[in-house]
Design a protein around this ligand. Structure first.
Ligand code: BEZ
Length: 304
């Protein structure tokens, strides 16, 4: 069974029509029909029911379709990733979640640039889920994200677990509390979470922290991104739970309080394509740890 057979079969199965499938594949219909027939002969099963229009798949056809689609997606990603790895000379394209901009990201990128002046670095703000997709499509080479989502074509290193903090407006009843806040103090507050999409996202991490403590916030509003959440907090619309590095976002209408619950941490992950051995990536990782050491930031280096 060749990849060509799978591509042809998926086109016929999706179009439910040989003529349209042939058009989509830019081939004539007779060779398409012959290839499908060859595939059925090789497998010794019928994939497409004879007779009915539009075409219907047999049970074996449905099974093959369900498995062939992800396989073809993987082949497409593999092609894009290999092309990108081949081209990764003197350029590195970095995807990052917005909150890291207020933490160590600027120091890391500057340090990397100083040590590697010949490398062109580009930065792209995107969620962790978008980073995984972009790594597979070859549009970025490194992702700094926050979700521990698994994908066999991505290598992930946990850099550190960052404490969460609560963002409030200065007149808020909890603004002057001494010591850290607890989730229990926050359940009745209007809570702004971000980003709304794609999911899962940091929003789910925040809700999971409440769930771990057997709590559910009363009023949750999902907003598009970090900056919107912070603007709404400043306007007195609610509170937000953020990674503590967001405290670097100064605004006279925002204050931050530590969040003391034991699960209130958000990971920071370094993601690259599995088996991508470009020196630019190792140098980027080295820049991360050099900045941590310089600034005395507690960290780990755990392959996930
Ligand atoms: C950090 O804050 O730990 C961090 C931010 C961006 C990239 C890597 C690490």
């Amino acid at each position: 069974m060749e990849l060509r057979h799978l591509r042809y079969f998926v086109a016929v199965a999706e179009e439910r029509n040989f003529t349209r499938a042939a058009e989509r594949l830019h081939i004539a219909q007779p060779p398409l029909s012959r290839q499908i027939q060859q595939l059925e002969e090789e497998l010794g099963v019928t994939l497409i029911e004879k007779g009915p229009r539009p075409l219907r798949l047999t049970e074996a056809g449905d099974f093959l379709l369900a498995h062939a689609r992800p396989l073809l997606d993987q082949v497409r990603d593999l092609k894009a990733m290999t092309q990108r790895v081949g081209k990764l000379e003197r350029t590195v394209s970095v995807g990052f979640v917005a909150s890291t901009l207020y933490g160590q990201l600027p120091d890391i990128i500057r340090r990397y640039r100083e040590g590697n002046p010949e490398v062109e670095v580009t930065l792209h703000e995107m969620t962790t889920i978008e980073q995984i997709k972009a790594l597979k499509e070859g549009t970025i080479d490194v992702g700094f994200g926050r979700l521990k989502s698994e994908d066999s074509s991505i290598r992930r290193i946990l850099l550190r677990e960052e404490r969460m903090a609560v963002a409030l407006f200065p007149g808020h009843r909890l603004a002057d509390a001494t010591g850290g806040l607890r989730l229990l103090d926050l359940v009745n507050e209007p809570l702004l979470v971000y980003p709304k999409a794609p999911r899962p996202s940091f929003a789910d991490q925040v809700l999971a922290v409440f769930a771990e403590a057997n709590l559910a916030p009363d009023h949750v509003t999902e907003v598009r991104e970090l900056q919107i959440a912070m603007g709404l907090v400043a306007a007195g619309q609610g509170i937000a739970i953020v990674p503590e590095s967001v405290q670097g976002m100064h605004n006279r209408n925002l204050i931050y309080r530590p969040l003391d619950d034991k699960h209130a941490f958000s990971p920071i992950l370094f993601s690259v394509r599995y088996m991508d051995r470009a020196p630019e990536l190792e140098n980027m990782l080295a820049a991360v740890y050099a900045v941590y050491d310089e600034l005395g930031v507690a960290h780990v280096k755990e392959q996930l």
